[in-house]
Design a binder for this molecule. Structure first.
Ligand code: BJ8
Length: 382
């Protein structure tokens, strides 16, 4: 086993620097936006002179508080995120530092649980909801989404007092594309057999993507790629696994850790804390608003119907990364990803790639049972 990559410390150290940076910016009048989803384009926020952090919860200790208002049988990501907001805004003791850094929340109309949770958020924080068409392939969808993005832009102009000029927006698109290219470089290195980094390490880095500034994050990825490129390849350790499914928000690394503890090697993640966040670039030759609408509406999320693009993306990734098996991860009560598993499984079966479905929450009570199922799965595919 290789020693941990030194650059991982960079991401840890940058965290405190970023907290200080955000506090300072806010003191000088910069608005900080909290978001919960990839469908909210960073480029528009940055072009309006605002900053952003993502508030998706991966912690388990905020869930009990959320369950005082929300039903227990909804997705843990929704409960964890909501509990953090309630705790931070009501002077709780859980140190949900991120919530205290934001001026407004920009939510998005994706799954039902999130939409309904967003109706409760204005009690705690000013909230703006970006609407999304649910059938991205219909001809009217792009026009509608474009009008929603422009409305969102106008809201931010009002909030910040700045005008979003096309030139500024193009600059931000270019900057975000640079981040996406760097992440492609990082993920390309994972095609090696064995890859020079573990899946748990990459997951922790990807979780930072949504908190650090773009410049900080890119610097870290550059250093990480250089360090990985200099690593001397070690011997192959175990089967190559793709994780596919729900996002793993900061604080939630359970499945990745179990899979790797059992001896498998995670080589790629098809999720919002993996390829879904960076795979497609924004077309820099097009008019910037239209290019953003096109790129963001194409995010292959299970909240959309039909979601054919996700199925073919998974098959394509499985081939590119030469995976031996797929661990399909669903957060409890996430119906979209859970039901979509059937189509994924069928498509992978045609490629003769086995799939193990795991549904879990943020607690530890199922760690042992998941470990047993992973053991059996790995035995079957090796
Ligand atoms: S683009 S995956 S971040 S919506 S896991 S809360 S879907 S019940 S987080 Fe998501 Fe945007 Fe899609 Fe990504 Fe609902 Fe499912 Fe929970 Fe989810």
């Amino acid at each position: 086993m290789q020693p941990p990559l030194k650059t991982l410390d960079y991401f840890q150290e940058s965290y405190d620097i970023r907290v200080g940076q955000l506090k300072e910016k806010r003191a000088k009048g910069t608005k900080v936006i909290g978001t919960f989803c990839l469908f909210v384009p960073d480029e528009i926020i940055f072009a309006a002179g605002a900053d952003r952090i993502v508030l998706c919860g991966g912690r388990t200790d905020t869930i009990a508080l959320a369950e005082q208002s929300l039903p227990r049988n909804i997705c843990p990501l929704i409960k964890s995120s909501f509990g953090a907001v309630v705790d931070a805004c009501c002077g709780g003791s859980l140190s949900c530092a991120h919530v205290q850094l934001v001026d407004v929340v920009v939510a998005e109309a994706t799954c039902d649980g999130k939409k309904k949770m967003y109706e409760l958020l204005p009690r705690y924080l000013p909230t703006y909801v970006l609407d999304l068409p649910q059938k991205p392939g219909s001809p009217e969808a792009i026009t509608y989404f474009l009008s929603e993005l422009r409305k969102f832009g106008a809201y931010l102009e009002d909030l910040t007092g700045n005008t979003i000029h096309d030139e500024e927006l193009k600059k931000e698109i270019h900057s975000s594309n640079e981040t996406r290219r760097l992440l492609h470089r990082l993920f390309d290195l994972r095609r090696c057999d064995p890859p020079p980094v573990t899946g748990s390490e990459v997951l922790r880095v990807m979780q930072r993507q949504f908190f650090l500034s773009p410049e900080q994050f890119r610097e870290g990825i550059r250093q990480l790629c250089e360090e990985m490129e200099q690593r001397i390849p070690s011997a192959r350790t175990g089967p190559r696994i793709m994780i596919s499914g729900c996002p793993m928000a900061a604080g939630n690394t359970k499945i990745a850790e179990i899979v790797e503890k059992k001896g498998a090697v995670i080589v790629v993640e098809e999720s919002c804390t993996g390829t879904r966040s960076f795979w497609d670039l924004v077309d820099e030759k097009k008019e910037p608003w239209a290019a953003l609408a096109e790129r963001y509406l194409a995010i292959p999320c299970a909240c959309m119907t039909p979601n054919d693009e996700r199925i073919s993306r998974i098959v394509d990734l499985a081939r590119q990364y030469q995976v031996d098996g797929v661990v399909y991860y669903t957060l409890q009560f996430c119906h979209g990803y859970n039901i979509e598993r059937l189509r994924v499984q069928q498509a992978l079966r045609e490629e003769k790639i086995p799939l193990l479905a795991i549904e879990s929450d943020y607690g530890d009570s199922d760690v042992e049972q998941i470990g047993i199922r992973i053991d059996a799965f790995l035995e079957m595919i090796t």
